[in-house]
Design a protein around this ligand. Structure first.
Ligand code: NAD
Length: 477
């Protein structure tokens, strides 16, 4: 058991307070480590370090900012196995997925570093003779990155890499559930050649540390990933300073299975969506709409596939398909939503209860039929291995049901008809639509939710430019 520190100004430093946050293995309940429950003074110190480092960092050519990022990506690859085990131990995902997360993180940092030579402004035609109008893209200053626990290691990179390559410095607050991987990230930052103060981490809970970051007048932008409720609190905290917010929030993705779909493909992809990371992924299919002609076939095959999914402690048994839910609160939410669906008339075809496993918050792979659009299980983000199914008759009906949601992050449709696929792509009101494939975004895409799923987005060129502000210069010659 280790007691870790904050990472401020290029070194690990003790908190000014004495409170600690304990971190547990969700599979066994064992205590892994502690991190500081940081104080407002610690947050201020980190912001000061980031602000001090920012002008010199921004004045480097972008390609020079990219170099330490590339070193960091390489260091991450060299420590892949150790990092994957840390992620699995504190977050509960299976090792193959943790390894994918580590690889993806390194690739993501390299991808963002590659933008160094491609960051472009614009030259705009003027109405005046002899005048030039330049649109420059400049850094915002100090960015605060507030993270959830479900892809804790990757999300550090998703915020720090675009922020740093565009000339900002950053203060990260990891989730209090999964801070250990962030400590390791800091150790690798120390070996990467990034100047002191460019990258900082302050540990602690949301209402204290997260709030202190979001409400600071010295923060130029808050890049937040988490739930809708917390996103609203972050926005409110940022409002008095008119601080820019970038919000990546929850989802309730619909998956539509048309009668002409490749049913086996749909079963495989939707099962993967419900099982991956124990169903705790913002973009994965959380409600299934299947066309009546193929409903029996789909449901039979889907129930069999879900029943075959094995769960357990991923470090004790590397062959399991998924691990525990993150904590008691997460477990109780899933259980409550399933019970409320059953009380409202849904039928459990498999699962529907706590899984076996000492100490761990395991939930059985669960399939519910006879669901209705007004049920909580269809309207609220569940974040568990639970698949509620609704049968529909017409394409337009499925689209209307899919769009009827507070969330608008991702959506998917399974069909062999190109026309149906393209009509759905046009009519589905979501930031992403996956056609005949599992839900997972690419780093060169743009992950940005509609409605309550967020403001702004991440990844690709558009995600990179979120970390810049424009400066228009008029030059009369
Ligand atoms: P959460 O909202 O509970 O917490 C997220 C972070 O916010 C944590 O670091 C927490 O400490 C902090 N926080 C809590 N209260 C705060 C406050 N008042 N002020 C500032 N910060 C505060 O979310 P979670 O349970 O960690 O993560 C799960 C959620 O994240 C799900 O809703 C999921 O859909 C969402 N998510 C979205 C994306 C996306 O890209 N859209 C990706 C991953 C996860």
């Amino acid at each position: 058991m280790r007691d870790y520190q904050n990472f401020i100004g290029g070194q690990f430093v003790p908190s000014s307070g004495t409170e600690r946050v304990e971190v547990f293995n969700p599979s066994t309940g064992a205590l892994i480590c502690t991190v500081p429950e940081s104080t407002a003074e610690d947050v201020e110190r980190a912001i000061e370090a980031a602000a001090k480092a920012q002008p010199a960092w921004a004045s480097r050519p972008a390609i020079e900012r990219a170099k330490p990022l590339r070193v960091l990506a390489q260091k991450i690859r060299e420590h892949k196995e150790e990092l994957a085990r840390i992620i699995t131990e504190e977050q509960g995902k299976v090792l193959p997925l943790a390894r994918t997360e580590v690889d993806f993180t390194a690739d993501y940092i390299d991808y963002m570093a590659e933008w160094a030579r491609r960051i472009e402004g614009e030259v705009i035609e003027s109405d005046r003779p002899g005048e030039m109008i330049l649109l420059l893209r400049q850094p915002i200053g100090v960015v605060a990155g507030i993270l959830p626990w479900n892809f804790p290691f990757f999300l550090i990179a998703r915020k720090m890499a675009p922020a740093l390559v565009t000339g900002n410095t950053i203060v990260i607050k990891p989730s209090e559930e999964t801070p250990h991987n962030a400590v390791k990230f800091c150790e690798l930052v120390m070996e990467s050649g990034l100047p002191a103060g460019v990258f900082n981490v302050v540990h602690g809970r949301g209402p204290t540390v997260g709030h202190a970051l979001a409400s600071s007048p010295k923060i130029g932008m808050v890049s937040f990933t988490g739930s809708v409720e917390t996103g609203a609190a972050v926005m409110a905290a940022a409002a008095p300073n008119i601080t820019k917010v970038n919000l990546e929030l929850g989802g309730k993705a619909p998956a539509i299975v048309m009668a002409d779909a490749d049913i086996d493909l749909a079963v495989r992809a939707i099962k993967a969506s419900r099982i991956i990371n124990s169903g705790q992924v913002c973009n994965c299919a959380e409600r299934i709409y299947v066309q009546r002609q193929v409903a029996d076939e789909f449901i039979d095959k889907f129930v069999a596939a879900m029943r075959a999914a094995r769960y357990g402690d991923p470090l004790a048994d590397p062959t399991v398909d998924y691990g525990p839910l993150i904590n008691r609160e997460g477990f109780e939410k899933v259980d409550r939503l399933v019970r409320s669906a059953v009380a409202a008339g849904a039928q459990v075809l498999t699962g529907g209860k706590r899984g076996q496993g000492e100490g761990g918050y395991f939930y059985e792979p669960t399939v519910l039929v006879n669901c209705r659009q007004d049920m909580e299980i269809i309207r609220k983000e569940t974040f568990g291995p639970v698949a509620p199914i609704i049968v529909f008759d017409e394409f337009e009906e499925a689209i209307a049901l899919a769009n009827d949601s507070d969330y608008g992050l991702t959506s998917s449709i399974y069909t062999r008809d190109l026309n149906t696929a393209l009509r759905a792509a046009r009519m589905l009101q979501f930031g992403e639509t996956y056609i005949n494939r599992e839900n997972f975004e690419a780093m060169q895409g743009f992950h940005a939710g509609w409605r309550k799923s967020g403001i702004g987005g991440a990844d690709g060129k558009h995600g990179l430019y979120e970390y810049t502000q424009t400066h228009v210069v008029y030059i009369q010659t």
